[in-house]
Design a binder for this molecule. Structure first.
Ligand code: GLV
Length: 321
């Protein structure tokens, strides 16, 4: 029998994670549906119809024989896709304005930080130096965004409004107003040769793993007033070759970078990245998920599904994102 329960399986990010708060939000949003927080609570496995998960323990979703839909509680589904025992049921990603807006804030913050030479100004302040920096217009730079899903498009639009030229690159051709779009391996070189600030929001798949490497960085444009190009990666750590990011910052192939994500998280204390020149490190903190926004989104999706309407924002499991 199916008891229509929803299980929540969330790997704690170590901050702000309150299982009781998430459970309460989901119970309310899902019209008092039974909500079970794993691994602390248990429920007869055959009563579970839905799972809302973030990096669940591999294998755990396969233990629910009547599971109907998996909801990933974040934008990136790479952790789920890596589980070979993942049940063959629809997987839905989170697309909520709240998360999109947070990511756009992060991208805009770091684009502006590098564009306005804020690292130099902070250093000058520490050294008690009054040293105005040359200021160029946003329109003198092209921000190149890798990954033109919901997050990439929104950041592109806000940056465009600030005056930057915007280029975009993705696996498949797209046409977006005001953005010069490139696609596939043929489009990558021309995209890079236009780009001064590279923002990476790609999903991590076998095709994109380690795409951010020295040979890619060497193709970025160096002729803008910024000089050496800048990298901002808020996608996944597996997209970057960290030794290449480090050596490219050291030899000037990259002028500066911001990384929110790393191959190993937390970034180990002994990592040489901590002291890399002109590197801003943030602790996978670009865009948190808010239990209110996400529980409302998932409840609405379950209502649609139970009314026989199609689920939205389905993950293409063969493509991996
Ligand atoms: C966070 O990393 C997410 O994928 O939402």
């Amino acid at each position: 029998m199916t008891g229509n329960a929803l299980v929540l399986a969330i790997k704690s990010g170590g901050h702000n994670w309150s299982p009781a708060r998430w459970k309460q939000r989901f119970s309310t949003a899902c019209h008092n549906r039974k909500v079970v927080v794993l691994p602390d609570e248990t429920c007869p496995p055959d009563e579970v119809s839905y799972a809302a998960v973030w990096k669940p323990a591999p294998g755990i979703l396969g233990t629910f024989p009547n599971l109907r839909v998996i909801f990933n509680l974040g934008a990136g589904v790479d952790a789920l896709m890596a589980d070979p025992t993942l049940p063959r049921v629809p997987v839905v990603r989170v697309v909520v304005d709240d998360l999109t807006a947070r990511m756009t804030e992060y991208v805009v913050l770091h684009v502006l930080l590098h564009h306005r030479r804020q690292l130099q100004l902070l250093k000058d302040q520490r050294d008690r130096l009054w040293q105005p920096q040359h200021q160029w217009a946003a329109g003198a730079l092209t921000v190149g965004i890798m990954g033109l899903g919901n997050l990439g498009r929104d950041a592109a639009q806000v940056l465009k409004r600030l005056g930057f030229r915007i280029a975009g690159w993705g696996a498949t051709p797209k046409s977006i107003d005001g953005i010069t779009c490139f696609a596939g391996s043929d489009g990558l070189g021309p995209f890079l040769r236009k780009t001064n600030i590279l923002v990476c929001l790609l999903p991590l798949t076998s095709d994109t793993r380690h795409i951010l490497n020295r040979s890619l960085f060497a193709q970025l444009d160096r002729t803008s007033p910024l000089g050496a190009p800048v990298l901002i990666n808020a996608g996944r750590g597996g997209l970057q070759v960290e030794a290449d990011v480090l050596s490219c910052l050291e030899d000037g192939t990259l002028g500066a970078a911001t990384l929110d994500v790393f191959e190993t998280e937390p970034l180990p204390a002994q990592s040489p990245l901590w002291s890399a020149p002109n590197l801003v490190i943030t602790p996978h903190n670009a865009a948190d998920t808010d239990p209110d926004a996400i529980s409302a989104y998932i409840a609405a999706q379950i209502d649609r599904f139970e009314a026989g309407e199609p689920l939205q924002n389905l993950v293409d499991v063969t493509r991996g994102y």
